[in-house]
Design a protein. Sequence first.
Length: 272
Amino acid sequence: MRHYLMVRPAHFDVEYSINPWMDPGKPTDTRLAITQWEGLRELYLGLGHRVDLLDPAPGLPDMVYAANGATVVNGRALVARFHHRHRRPESAAYLKWFTEHGYRDVRQARWANEGEGDFLVTGSRILAGSGFRTDRRAHDEAAEFFGVPVVGLTLTDPRYYHLDTALTVLDDERIMYFPEAFTEESRRRLEKLYPDAVIASAADAAAFGLNAVSDGRHVILPQAATGLIARLRERGFDPIGADLSELLKGGGSVKCCTLELRPAPGKTGQAP
Ligand code: ARG
């Protein structure tokens, strides 16, 4: 069982543009966003996972992207420090939530980092993105706070501004990613660490297919990423397509809406 934190998109809208997917001139349908989001939440519940909710706040239209609020490993929560001023007030809501839910090791990061947008946790290490949002100094800060080695990766394509738009952790050893979103050096690093990775096509990456959540067996990803769905099936995973088209207007999908709460050893399924 996995434990997730989500934020209902009650105030979802595209009011500003901080990534190339966001066009404030395009209409959004908050009700449809809520329906699609409910579908994702029900999928998790149907798979036996636990989903906790953090209250959305008016005036913070990006709050639905809960993955950005923090990184939680071993019951310790490192709360985000957002790069763009529009999202900075979200951090207080996460600090409050973790404190009220029994987490004792809670700290807001000193350096800009957008939680699991740029920190992807695997069995033995944290893969950490930078280039658009997260400050490189935040990588060392996370390594120190969690006591886990961090592998830095640099993003180059503004459409893939967070690591979780270009790479998915499938289980403790396996990942899938879109090489073109990274610098040469980062690509080489990934090839060396994960020679058997599933490689995404440009079309699947553009469908946000890498913005996926895996529980080690089921992989929930945007349904339009048909190539990845086939590849994952070949590798023995159970891919499940989800429709979050409304939330894609803000530049996010399945993973962006899902913050994983990893408990301390021996505390499976309980907070913290
Ligand atoms: N509009 C949000 C932003 O640009 C989308 C965040 C998507 N979240 C993610 N984990 N990639 O900050």
